[in-house]
Design a binder for this molecule. Structure first.
Ligand SMILES: *Cc1c(COP(=O)(O)O)cnc(C)c1O
Length: 420
């Protein structure tokens, strides 16, 4: 459920009519609902209420806006970060260091130093080579790094190939069959305190089966590690639970069902569980609000050309993602159309042959479910400045990221003196 609803024929975010935001800020603009994020954080916490003190570390990469991080910090969530930049954002937003998990397959020595200096819950290590580097960095700082190894359980997540991470051929984690050897070798590394096991098999999972099978493998590994004398105290089960994008397909399992499955599978593990939800918390809490520039006849269906493009919302061109497209003030008519942006690529297509509200030039439309992996993936391709972001809370709203101006784009380039 989200807080983007029609009231008197006008789409609102909570109590704010979207045309008011479009008029004040211009389009395209991302609009986030704080109440929706808060609701999703609470639903997830309630789903895990039976567990002993779980840590919910929000995956910052889904939406790293400072206002989003501050909203979730106030809900008690920690942060899962995958770069030094995300670590700094989490700290700047006031996320307590002991609630920060550092994931990612290519952490550099500088990033390790940054997080060791500021503190964190744990590093999730993805190779033995990384463990050796972290041990050396920590030892040089006179510190011991809390770590888990991320294991690759070799399960097919059943999601889009570009967001599957838990199959043997993916770059992520240590093959689960090599895990015992990695833990054994890591014991002799002086700068590490090996305390956990981590797993994350992909994003937008629409079935619990692959998650359950991955978690069972983690459970078996924990038992074997303990037999081998390793003090395993934490298990990080990652993120990945899918959300509804298309009302025409059955919705993914809800957090409550996920929580029950986790409670069943992890019974007796005797560890602190960590979760890293991203999309689930923020995906349905955002829309991309855009204006129809013109409607152009097409060979079969007309092209609805909007002022948002693939550089603002990459998911359709990158993952063939489906976003609901709705008029902000529906006219009560329907049309079948191709919805495209102004960028000079055929890939700049949001929808093909879509049955949608009838729209005309000047109408406002939204792409729904644009709170996760949306603004954060934006680029300035075609010299289109980055889209602003607005957060709504009740009847208040604020710009939480300014629209980039073209002048700053131009100024960022430097002309070498031989051309001046
Ligand atoms: C991306 C990512 C997540 C979040 O995935 P969602 O599908 O958004 O829940 C969690 N953990 C790791 C390691 C990730 O890379």
């Amino acid at each position: 459920m989200d807080h983007f609803q029609l009231k008197n024929g006008v789409l609102h975010c909570e109590n704010v009519p979207l045309p008011a935001i479009a008029e004040a800020v211009g389009t395209p603009v991302y609009v986030y609902s704080a109440a929706t994020m808060q609701r999703h954080a609470r639903v997830f916490q309630e789903a895990l209420a039976g567990l002993d003190d779980p840590l919910i570390a929000y995956a910052v990469k889904a939406n790293p806006n400072a206002a989003v991080l501050a909203t979730l910090r106030d809900e008690g969530l920690g942060a899962d970060v995958v770069s030094g930049g995300e670590y700094r954002r989490a700290i700047a937003a006031g996320v307590p260091p002991e609630k920060i998990v550092f994931s990612g397959v290519g952490k550099t020595a500088n990033e390790m130093r940054l997080a060791l200096g500021g503190g964190l819950c744990q590093f999730n290590l993805e190779s033995f080579e990384e463990a050796e580097m972290l041990s050396a960095v920590a030892a040089a700082m006179g510190k011991t790094a809390p770590v888990a190894f991320r294991v690759n359980p070799d399960v097919e997540a059943g999601t889009h190939a570009k967001i599957s991470t838990g199959a043997a051929h993916n770059k992520f984690g240590i093959p689960i069959l090599d895990a015992l050897a990695a833990y054994a070798s890591a014991k002799s590394l002086p700068g590490l305190d090996v305390q956990g096991v981590a797993v994350h098999i992909g994003s937008q999972l629409t079935s619990l089966a692959p998650l359950e099978s991955a978690f069972r493998k983690v459970g078996e590994l924990i038992a074997e590690l303990r037999k081998g004398g390793h003090g395993i105290r934490k298990a990080d089960l990652g993120g990945g639970l899918g959300i509804p994008y298309d009302p025409g397909v059955p919705p993914p399992p809800n957090p409550k069902t996920y929580g029950k499955m986790v409670a069943k599978v992890t019974r007796g593990w005797n560890v602190r569980l960590i979760f890293e939800p991203g999309r689930l918390i923020v995906g349905n809490a955002g829309v991309l609000l855009t204006e129809v520039i013109r409607v152009k006849p097409g060979a079969t269906d007309p092209f609805v050309i909007v002022d948002a493009a693939m550089n603002d919302l990459m998911r359709p061109s990158l993952y063939d993602a489906w976003h609901a497209i709705d008029a902000v003030q529906p006219r009560g008519t329907r049309m079948t159309a191709n919805v495209v942006g102004p960028v000079c690529e055929t890939g700049d297509t949001f929808a093909t042959g879509r049955d949608m509200d009838g729209v005309q030039a000047g109408d406002l439309v939204v792409f729904r479910t644009a709170g996760a992996y949306a603004a954060t993936m934006a680029s300035t391709y075609n010299s289109r400045p980055l889209t602003p972001e607005v957060m709504v809370s009740g009847d208040k709203w604020a710009i939480v990221r300014e629209r980039q101006d073209v002048e700053s784009l131009i100024q960022a380039d430097k002309i070498p003196n031989w051309l001046a």
